[in-house]
Structure formats: C-alpha cells, structure tokens
Design a protein around this ligand. Structure first.
Ligand code: UDP
Length: 237
C-alpha cells in the first residue's frame, strides 16, 4: 500500500470494537487499547475525528424486531453511542490526549452540541473530536453519520475499523477462497452489495470523493501501520 496522502482523517469505530472477553458492553481494557491506537495516530501528525457506533449496547432495528417502535429504538441506539463516546474520551484523556465530544442530540451537561466550526477549531488546536449520536435522527446509522461528518469536516479519508482486514468478494468466514481487494470502486461496492458500510454512507463518500479505508482495528498497532502505508487494508475509492 503506498503512503496515503492524508492529513485529517475520520475514524469510524463500531460499538462492538469496545467489547472484549469480559462480557461488558464497554470493556475498559479494550477501550484503552483503542485509545492507544488513536494516540499513536495523533503522534504521527494526523488530525483525528472519531465517530463511535452503539451496536454493543442497542440497535433500533433489534428493538423493532421485537415489537418496539423503530424511531424510539433508534433514539435509544443514539444514546448508546453517547455512552461509547464518553468511554473513548475518558480512555484518551487518561493517556493525556485532549478531546472533545460533540453530540448530534444536544445534552449540554455531558457533551458539546455539534457545531461544525467549533469542531474545526478543536482540530486546529490538536484535539481529537469525538462525534456522538450519529446524525441525530432515527432511521440512520453511525456509518452515515461518519460519512456526513467526514464531508463536513473536510476529512481526506474515512477509516473504518472493523474485525476483518479489508473488503472481500465473498464472506471470508464462509468462503475460504474469498479474495481481498486492495482497492475497489464505490460503484462495485454498491452494485455487488459488498459489506463495507451501508449504501447511504458509501454514496455520500463517493459523492464527496472521500476514500474509505477498511482495516482491522482489533490488531494492535494496525491503525498506525495502515496510516503509514504498510498495513493490510482495502481502499474504496
Ligand atoms: N442511530 C440512529 N441514527 C443515527 C445513528 C444511529 O438512529 O444517525 C441508532 C440506530 O438505532 C443504530 C444505533 O443508533 O442501530 C447504533 O448505531 P449503529 O448501529 O450505527 O452502531 P454500530 O453498528 O456502528 O456499532
């Protein structure tokens, strides 16, 4: 992988990334390791925005499947992302990284409201900005929230940290011969329904020329590796 010409990146972490073997939805040890990855990326000189999901705690769709009103479940899911954002903020501040959490749902006692220009100022001052509550509306996902914030913040790339090392032409857990793409186009991802991010997030990145870098965040040191152009990842562009 060549050295990517990125300066400002958005890191999307699904909520499940914060779970470990402990059975806790948010495992402090795992969260601390993720914070280390982010701190290393900062030391390398990158400006970092982070969007965290909430799937480790609650998803609106799961509630709806059991009879709950979808919109109510989605608001619960968004609140879950705020808990995750606070956990990541806490882990980062414990290792001396200055952060701000901005929530798309205003809750002034726990986080700043999302104000784009203020978020830009935080980045300029070297702070990591963590965006919580997705886009602030039900029927969306934090993937779409990540794509939206990446566009608003002028990010050079969206890094999607997952538990696989890129995008495959078939599910590698089911098909042993599945092939990993080094690069793949947005239109191939959409037409072949490849598992990267949801379609609205992919389309938003395509329309704003923001490459999506899919990599395994569970492997220690991997974010820094991928950022320096030596890691294993798939670039969607
Ligand atoms: N959600 C929402 N609007 C948003 C972002 C999230 O309604 O803009 C809700 C939705 O119910 C979603 C849940 O919050 O399932 C948690 O987010 P997501 O599933 O994207 O988390 P992840 O899979 O990344 O952990």
């Amino acid at each position: 992988m060549p050295q990517p010409p990125y300066k400002r990146i958005l890191l999307k972490l699904s909520g499940e990334v914060l779970m470990g073997q402990s059975g806790l939805s948010i495992d402090p040890a795992v969260t601390a390791r993720v914070a280390d990855e982010i701190a290393n990326a900062k030391t390398m000189g990158f400006e970092l925005c982070v969007v965290v999901g909430g799937g480790n705690i609650f998803r609106g769709m799961a509630g709806a499947a059991r009879g709950m009103e979808r919109a109510t479940g989605d608001y619960m899911g968004m609140l879950a992302t705020v808990m995750n954002a606070l956990a990541v903020q806490n882990a980062l501040e414990q290792i001396g990284v200055e952060t701000r959490v901005q929530s798309a749902i205003p809750m002034s006692s726990v986080a700043e409201p999302f104000i784009r220009r203020r978020a830009l100022r935080h980045l300029e001052k070297g702070r990591v900005v963590i965006f919580a509550a997705g886009v602030g509306s039900p029927f969306f996902t934090t993937d779409t929230g990540a794509a939206l914030r990446a566009a608003e913040m002028g990010c050079d790339a969206l890094f999607k940290g997952t538990s696989v090392d890129g995008v495959y032409d078939a599910d590698p857990k089911l098909v042993p011969t599945a092939k990993r793409y080094e690069t793949v186009t947005f239109s191939r991802v959409l037409s072949d329904n490849l598992k990267v991010m949801d379609a609205s997030a992919v389309a938003l990145c395509r329309d704003n020329n923001i490459p999506i870098v899919v990599f395994n965040i569970r492997e220690q040191g991997n974010l820094a590796q991928v950022l320096s152009g030596h890691g294993v990842a798939t670039i969607v562009q």
